[in-house]
Design a protein around this ligand. Structure first.
Ligand code: KIV
Length: 284
């Protein structure tokens, strides 16, 4: 198992090799768990939905992203860390984009940023790359354009839309991005883009031909039974696990079964033991 930090060149070299494994994270503890397992950790602006409880990602601010990115960064020693640029922090003009992306690297300690958009974002991507900020592109279903798309809908189903997404993919690569997320597009289109591009494609709802896959961690852990779109697989059922654990805890608190003697401090001797009381983390 690789123990040094995974860089953009490592990611680029995985084109056409073993699929890249990517996942989102938003906090220190879960990032620490996945650090040695996945190649890429994305602090996604999906945090607006799965952490903050909004119906879309638009309310997420740059301060939110910097805060969550620093928490995740402290946990990682191996996985490559990418931070999402939130809505309106890069679309208006290039100097704003450079300042926003710069904060995600300088304060958040991300190794790269991700931004949504193809042809329209090419000059911004190119400027970021020129000033030393690696960029992961994101095309197809771009959640920050939820209002323009009329909902979270699969993109690229008509010949015209397919052509436009292909052009987006090539514009992102030509602008200097080191990888690209393909979200919510037909598998045939994802396959064509993956074959045409020299940078790795990372799919979500884009079929199995991509050079890697990404899922939103709370989705794949089954934390929310109310959200199960077709592209998500529940690899665990944490909603049920947490429900059962907290119900059990509530029962033990109300019945006074918890805390038991082994969870309790005593002024003198522990009645449950003959020897001295061992208190590993607290002094009294
Ligand atoms: O915000 C996010 O989590 C993302 C992934 C779904 C790719 O953009």
């Amino acid at each position: 198992m690789e123990t040094r930090r995974i860089t953009i060149s490592d990611i680029a070299q995985r084109k056409g090799q073993d699929p890249l494994v990517a996942i989102t994270a938003y906090d220190y503890l879960t990032a620490k768990i996945v650090d040695s397992i996945v190649d890429i950790v994305l602090v996604g602006d999906s945090l607006g939905m799965v952490v903050q409880g909004h119906t879309d990602t638009l309310p997420v601010t740059l301060d939110h992203m910097v805060y969550h990115t620093t928490n995740v960064a402290r946990a990682l020693s191996r996985a490559h860390l990418v931070a999402d640029m939130p809505f309106l922090t890069y679309q208006s003009d290039t100097p704003t984009a450079v300042r926003s992306a710069g904060r995600l690297l300088a304060e958040g300690r991300a190794q790269a940023v991700k931004l949504e958009g193809g042809t329209a974002m090419a000059s911004t991507i190119s400027k970021l790359v020129d000033v030393g900020i690696p960029v992961m592109g994101h095309i197809g279903l771009t959640p920050q354009s939820v209002n323009a798309m009329g909902g979270f809908r699969v993109q690229g189903r008509t010949a015209k839309a397919r052509h436009s997404i292909l052009e987006d993919a090539m514009a992102v690569e030509d602008a200097g991005a080191y990888s690209i997320v393909l979200e919510g597009i037909p598998t045939e289109l994802a396959q064509e883009i993956t074959q045409r591009l020299t940078i790795p494609t990372i799919g979500i709802g884009a079929g199995s031909s991509c050079d890697g896959q990404i899922l939103v961690m709370p989705d794949m852990l089954g934390l929310n039974h109310d959200f199960k779109p077709k592209f998500v697989k529940h690899f665990a059922d944490l909603q049920t696990t947490i429900t059962n654990a907290v119900t059990h805890y509530a029962q033990e608190v109300t019945s006074r079964a918890f805390p038991a003697a082994e969870h309790t401090f005593y002024a003198k001797a522990d009645p449950a033991k003959t020897g001295p009381v061992e208190v590993p983390r607290l002094d009294n």
